[in-house]
Design a protein around this ligand. Structure first.
Ligand code: HEC
Length: 262
């Protein structure tokens, strides 16, 4: 046998090692490309992907808006009291029937207020939360507002007459849809929680403008100083204490509050 055959034969044998070598390499190396798909089934079909241009529609959008006047299941917002804070065209003074006025609701409102509102309006609603402080600092910079910061002072919710006279429904509406420079929280805070916050803002206002007459005669309010920021309990209401706004509040708003009469 001529040597050339042996030589070529060896080369061919070596070539046989190539496919397993390639497979081993491919299998051991991460690769972001799609794997080779030999049997297609229905994995690849002609279709329009989200946000792709679609010549079938006049506006060229593949994603279609809902049909006008279509209402998704569970999304009929017809209850004006519950969803807008309005009864017969007037701001509601009471909670809607779906939300109960009790201590649990106020507690929930306090917790949600502290999470969502206190950053700007302050824990006690005085309008000087940490974001507000920082923004005012940036605006007051001697060389002009830092990075062109523009800021409107967050409202004092407990002493600004513009706010304290507002019925609960109006507060609810502001929380839901926002007002002027304040964004709405309707998409972030569920409806019931927004009512709880509105009720809590009323409780904050009342607690910081409390009168001795708010404490039922002969009631000794529990000493739980420190449980809520900015709360000082009146230990002996019978002593005719004259509360000063901002630093004296009734520690348990529920004790001086009757159903729905915020
Ligand atoms: C990012 C800061 C910020 C947050 C968070 C915020 N607010 Fe405000 N809020 C403002 C500012 C600023 C104004 C004043 C807007 C203006 O006058 O243009 C305002 C105004 C208000 C007013 C006054 C409305 C009126 O009729 O003038 C109410 C009530 C109020 N906020 C309640 C809330 C409640 C309740 C929350 C929590 C759900 C909240 N805000 C969260 C910044 C904020």
């Amino acid at each position: 046998m001529p040597r050339i055959f042996i030589f070529v034969g060896l080369i061919l044998l070596l070539c046989l090692l190539l496919p397993p070598a390639i497979i081993a390499r491919v299998r051991s190396t991460p690769n972001s490309n799609l794997p080779i798909h030999i049997i297609q089934d229905m994995a690849f079909q002609s279709k329009y992907k989200t946000q792709a241009v679609n010549p079938m529609f006049a506006d060229g959008n593949t994603m279609r808006p809902p049909v006008i006047n279509a209402v998704a299941r569970g999304e009929t917002y017809l209850d004006a009291h519950l969803y807008d804070g309005v009864i017969d065209g007037q701001w509601a003074n009471v909670l809607p029937s779906q939300v109960k006025m009790d201590f649990a609701t106020l507690r929930r409102g306090q917790e949600r207020f502290d999470i969502y509102c206190s950053v700007c309006h302050g824990i006690s609603g005085g309008g000087n939360g940490i974001v507000n402080q920082r923004a005012m600092e940036l605006v007051a910079n001697t060389n002009g507002p830092v990075n062109g910061t523009v800021w409107v002072q967050a409202k004092n919710l407990v002493h600004d007459e513009l706010v304290t006279v507002q019925p609960m429904g109006q507060l609810f509406n502001t929380i839901t849809y926002g007002i002027r420079n304040m964004a709405g929280y309707g998409s972030q805070i569920p409806t019931e929680d927004r009512w709880a916050i509105a009720a809590y803002v009323k409780a904050l206002q009342r607690s910081q403008n409390a009168q001795p007459s708010d404490v039922p005669a002969g009631t000794k309010v529990a000493d739980n100083i420190g449980s809520t920021p900015n709360t000082i309990s009146i230990s002996n209401a019978a002593n005719n204490v004259t509360p000063t706004p901002m630093n004296v509040s009734v520690s348990n708003p529920a004790t001086s509050m009757s159903e729905g009469k915020l």
